[in-house]
Design a protein. Structure first.
Lengths: 222, 139
């Protein structure tokens, strides 16, 4: 994983994220979070993507959404070993104080600076662990919303979500230079079906992790 | 002069000398590795664990070091590049670590086909051939 991060190998990290997600032992949670963090920060040019590429992107985004929603709704997420390992902090024996590694982004986060209680002899920040947990949930939730919102905005103008070019379809022009989709007349039903599936998957991705039952959903949001 | 290696090591410890180099000389690499790791000399510790044949521990140590330098929301920068390169150089020393550590630290080779077919999510429904190329091919 780290090798792929260093080499900026997005394809390998996507494959690893899917592999880690299938590990039910919980040992890969920190690595999964790290992979998804990297992938969610990569610029995706959705505009020219074909159906297959958009579907692949939606698969990764769905995993991203599910993972982040699950994490941000943990009752005391700061006690999770995976979160501590991934985000670079550790709790003391009492569990009341958290020491943040100097290399962690938390050490540089503006929202964490008011929580600083002191610095230890290694110049690491020591904070109240519960308050840190709340801040982490807020930061991760903000990142989740930001990524999904940007994705939705990008897709709203992307070719695969747009109408087909009617001029080309009506055979009024053999060649058309406009930016909409150009398909042969015979392929139209199949393309419409795929567009419909894509829209449904998009809805699924944007609402992922939300339980179907409204009572459960309300409880999770408390 | 000393009845055993242990006596010698005990005396060295008593006088505040470093035990790790002596353990290395005695071929006790894993014990030396533990001492190096405790002293924060991660790279030396990894090499000693690998030399002693404990590749899982070496991989774990390397993994911890990578996490230390590249945690969540951190990229390779001028500040950590040197340390990361040093860690990368240690990578070939580790032979056959467990699959868990291998996934986290090792280089990978995934085939595109395997990637496309390895999820059971709802987003992995089969696609029609008509749309698998770039749009311009459909023109």
């Amino acid at each position: 994983m780290f090798h792929a991060i260093i080499k900026c190998d997005t394809r390998t990290l996507e494959a690893l994220a899917l592999t880690f997600a299938n590990d039910n032992s919980g040992r890969s949670n920190s690595a999964l979070l790290r992979c998804l963090d990297y992938l969610s920060r990569q610029q995706q040019d959705v505009y020219d993507m074909n159906f297959e590429e958009v579907n692949h992107l939606l698969r990764i985004l769905r995993l991203f959404g599910i993972t982040y929603r699950k994490i941000t709704r943990l009752p005391e997420l700061e006690t999770s070993n995976a979160i501590q390992r991934a985000l670079g902090f550790r709790l003391d024996e009492s569990g009341l104080e958290a020491t943040i590694s100097t290399s962690s982004f938390l050490a540089r986060a503006e929202s964490v600076s008011p929580l600083v209680m002191r610095r230890n002899d290694r110049n690491e920040i020591v904070v109240n662990s519960r308050q840190l947990g709340v801040q982490i949930a807020t930061l991760l939730d903000g990142h989740l919303v930001s990524v999904l919102s940007n994705h939705a905005v990008a897709c709203s103008g992307a070719k695969s979500f747009q109408d087909l070019c009617s001029t080309y379809l009506d055979e009024r022009q053999l060649e058309c230079q406009c930016h909409r989709l150009h398909v042969k007349r015979g392929d139209v039903p199949a393309i419409y079906n795929q567009q419909l599936q894509l829209h449904l998957r998009q809805i699924l991705v944007l609402s992922q992790g939300e339980p179907y039952d409204w009572k459960e959903r309300r409880n999770q949001r408390k | 002069m000393f009845e055993s290696d242990e006596d010698f090591l005990e005396l060295m410890d008593e006088y505040g000398f470093e035990k790790a180099p002596i353990l290395e000389t005695l071929g006790r690499y894993i014990e030396a590795g533990h001492l190096r790791a405790a002293a924060g000399e991660t790279v030396a510790a990894i090499r000693l664990f690998a030399q002693g044949g404990d590749h899982d521990r070496a991989a774990q140590c390397l993994c911890d070091a990578f996490w230390e330098h590249l945690p969540y929301n951190t990229s390779v920068t001028d500040d950590n590049r040197k340390q990361i390169r040093t860690l990368e150089k240690v990578l070939p020393d580790i032979v056959e670590p467990s699959i868990h550590w291998k996934n986290e630290v090792g280089p990978h080779r995934f085939k595109c086909q395997a990637l496309m077919g390895c999820s059971s999510s709802l987003c992995s429904m089969p696609l029609l051939n008509a749309t698998q190329g770039p749009w311009r091919r459909l023109h």
